[in-house]
Design a protein around this ligand. Structure first.
Ligand SMILES: NC(=O)c1ccc[n+]([C@@H]2O[C@H](COP(=O)([O-])OP(=O)(O)OC[C@H]3O[C@@H](n4cnc5c(N)ncnc54)[C@H](OP(=O)(O)O)[C@@H]3O)[C@@H](O)[C@H]2O)c1
Length: 282
């Protein structure tokens, strides 16, 4: 029987590549995006290639009513075999300079939105003995300087998913955390940078980090997103062992180095290297 997956943040980057990867494997895809069908043009190519297996649905993680509506749509399309919590964005900048409002919004989208949607859809996934896959980040495992807001949201997501994976196991539901490294998606251009005042002691480091990120983006420009889509399909269809799965050479290398080096030393060296890189660019 044909399987179906709901993918959030399907408008670009990993979400879009996931839509294509699942459609290519004969899955039915509910592509959840802000604006819903009004932004159908984003999927012209996929809708032409897979006209009967793709449905565009509206989702704004900041809007509870939109989460409720999506639940009803998913219920109408049941069975639902997989949920991919992919939507999110990054809040970067120093913790001291970050506003309460920005931090709360970051947590609302990346953490509370993900939790609320998952809670709503769990009954459907219990029925299908399905899979919940949440896209975190390598920054959900190791925190870098000047990424505190984003890291906090992804660490929260990882704690939630780790607990959830054990809770839902008796019901036949598998839970996975995907931890990508840096890839060329809309993530870089949609970053919410906390811009410090000229008097801020973090000004130099923040400007340096912005420049460093531009350099990394330039370097990663041609990097294919296909491995991320493939990894998602692999996790959802093969249901391998293990909760956390890194993807991308930088993320995989970070995980391996962290396994070989004592945790405190790893953290100290990583912070020192990144602080130096950030300041050197300023
Ligand atoms: N690219 C990387 O280097 C990287 C590395 C590690 C982890 N990640 C994670 O990967 C996931 C996907 O990001 P991406 O890299 O593919 O970036 P992206 O191209 O910017 O995609 C992010 C998606 O999230 C959606 N989104 C943002 N806020 C939302 C909200 N309030 N409600 C519903 N949808 C919302 C965006 O929708 P709109 O089109 O409406 O803005 C977009 O579809 C994110 O969770 C990100 O944290 C990315």
């Amino acid at each position: 029987m044909q399987k179906s997956v709901l993918i959030t943040g399907a408008s670009s980057g990993f979400g879009l590549v996931a839509c294509e990867a699942f459609l290519a494997q004969n899955w039915r895809v509910l592509a959840a995006i802000r604006g819903g069908k009004e932004r159908e043009a984003l999927f012209t190519d996929l809708l032409a290639r897979f006209p009967s297996r793709m449905e565009i649905v509206e989702l704004d993680l900041l809007d509870n009513a939109s989460i409720d509506r999506l639940y009803h749509t998913a219920q109408a399309h049941a069975p639902l075999d997989a949920l991919i919590n992919n939507a999110g964005y990054g809040l970067f900048g120093s913790i001291e300079d970050t506003s309460d409002e920005s931090l709360r919004k970051q947590m609302e989208v990346n953490f509370f939105g993900t939790v609320k949607l998952t809670q709503k859809l769990l009954p459907l996934l219990r029925h299908s003995q399905g899979v919940v896959l949440t896209v975190s980040s390598i920054l959900g495992r190791h925190a870098f300087p000047l990424t505190g807001g984003y890291c906090a949201s992804k660490f929260a997501v990882e704690g939630f998913m780790e607990s959830l994976s054990a809770e839902v196991k008796p019901f036949g539901i598998k839970a996975y955390i995907l931890e990508p490294g840096a890839f060329p998606t809309g993530f870089g251009s949609s970053l919410d940078w906390t811009l410090p005042l000229p008097s801020s002691p973090y000004l130099k480091a923040t400007v340096g980090y912005q420049r460093l990120r531009l350099k990394i983006s330039e370097k990663n420009k041609g990097k294919s997103l296909t491995p991320v889509g493939k990894k998602m399909v692999h996790l959802v269809t093969n249901r391998p062992f293990g909760l956390r799965h890194a993807v991308g050479s930088d993320a995989v290398a970070t995980v391996w180095i962290a396994r070989l080096v004592p945790a405190n030393l790893f953290h100290q060296v990583l912070s020192a290297v990144i602080n130096k890189l950030q300041r050197r660019q300023a």
